[in-house]
Design a protein around this ligand. Structure first.
Ligand SMILES: Cc1cc2nc3c(=O)[nH]c(=O)nc-3n(C[C@H](O)[C@H](O)[C@H](O)COP(=O)(O)O)c2cc1C
Length: 159
């Protein structure tokens, strides 16, 4: 078991790329959250479906987890920004598996490169934890070389 658990959701592969890359630079156990039902991956419908699921505070059922946050002192939460917030799969995790007393770092992926609102909303939902660094990535799978450099530096800073 590693010292760090990364809990993350990815619809289109950007946060997945960030998680896999992070795990190349440190021993990190990767917990990818998979909702039983996913929005369409292409087209405008994904924004409608995904956006409304955030607005309505949905908590979709998740496939079984591999790890327990209880076993870790250090957690990285990774997510794509959805409607200036975090996606419903993260909402489900926080509701069903709340944790406190952890060191928490955040990797947020977005199309705009702006994640402040979403990060603040996440922090509000995770009281009682000590927040460290935030890595904001703009669609990192679009420029893997550049993103890998940013992720490497982030991991070096937090471990
Ligand atoms: C439903 C939905 C809502 C989104 N809302 C935002 C947003 O508010 N701001 C933004 O910068 N990007 C937004 N995006 C873009 C994603 O955050 C961005 O492309 C991210 O890198 C995708 O990560 P993923 O590939 O891990 O799913 C949204 C994407 C989807 C599907």
């Amino acid at each position: 078991m590693s010292r760090i658990l990364m809990i993350y959701y990815s619809l289109e592969g950007n946060t997945e790329f960030a998680a896999q890359t992070a795990a190349e630079y440190a021993e990190i156990d990767l917990e990818r959250l998979i909702p039983a039902k996913e929005p369409p991956k292409k087209g405008f419908r994904k924004f409608m479906w995904g956006g409304s699921s955030v607005v309505f505070g949905e908590t979709p059922a998740l496939d079984p987890l591999k790890y327990s946050a209880d076993d870790y002192e250090h957690i990285i939460v990774g997510f794509p920004v959805w409607a200036s917030s975090f996606p419903p799969a993260i909402n489900t995790y926080i509701k069903e598996h709340p944790f406190t007393g952890k060191k928490v770092d955040i990797i947020a992926c977005s199309a705009s490169g702006s994640c402040e609102k979403a990060v603040n909303k996440l922090k509000e939902k995770l009281p009682g934890n000590e927040f460290g660094k935030v890595l904001s990535l703009q669609d990192p799978a679009g420029d893997k070389e550049k993103s890998a450099g940013l992720i490497k530096q982030f991991i070096a800073d937090i471990v």
